[in-house]
Design a protein around this ligand. Structure first.
Ligand code: SF4
Ligand code: SF4
Length: 175
């Protein structure tokens, strides 16, 4: 054993007073990026319960449910999206398609609980700590998956239709 091997352990003590490189509480100190896709938020006043978010979700992670205090009327079904985070893959298709832009995502992604049931909730109704978060993902300005131009439905010419019982409207399959 060399003299250097004997002294080396004592030499590292000088590092005791240096600023550590490690993070003391890594689980508490890992903020998502500003446009990170974390837990959802929903502006319940703006949401009209149309269910378009439910329809586009490829993981069946959204169910439209009734919630206390929201009454349906002609322009609002009275339902609100409930998200199941056991199914959600955070793809944000629901945010990109949302007809009113009410559905957004916070950048909060750290949350642990021993009760699996709490990971299924109605954003904007079941209050969460990230509800007022200003960071996270929202549909970019001017971008929408929805096409707002009506697609014309092909139909049989009236004169042709008069000659038989064939279906006049051609835009549907037999099913
Ligand atoms: S983020 Fe994607 S997977 Fe999650 S609820 Fe929305 S559409 Fe479904
Ligand atoms: S698409 Fe938007 S407006 Fe329609 S139910 Fe979902 S969150 Fe509400």
């Amino acid at each position: 054993m060399s003299i250097k091997d004997v002294i080396a352990p004592f030499a590292v003590w000088k590092r005791v007073f240096e600023k550590p490189w490690t993070v003391k509480k890594p689980i508490d100190d890992r903020p998502g990026a500003d446009r990170y896709r974390g837990f959802h938020k929903n502006d319940s006043e703006a949401c009209i319960g149309c269910g378009t978010c439910e329809s586009i979700c490829q993981n069946a992670a959204i169910d439209m449910v009734s919630v206390d205090g929201v009454q349906g009327d002609g322009g609002d079904s009275g339902l609100r999206p409930r998200i199941d985070y056991g199914r959600c893959c955070w793809c944000a298709l629901c945010v990109d398609i949302c007809t009113t832009g009410s559905l957004t995502m916070s950048n909060q992604y750290v949350w642990t609980d021993t009760d699996p049931e709490v990971y299924r909730f109605v954003p904007g109704h079941d209050g969460k700590s990230w509800d007022d978060s200003q960071t996270g993902y929202s549909r970019p300005e001017g971008y929408s998956l929805l096409k707002d131009e009506r697609v014309n439905m092909p139909a049989l010419d009236v004169d042709e239709g008069l000659k038989s019982f064939v279906e006049m409207i051609k835009g549907y399959s037999a099913e």
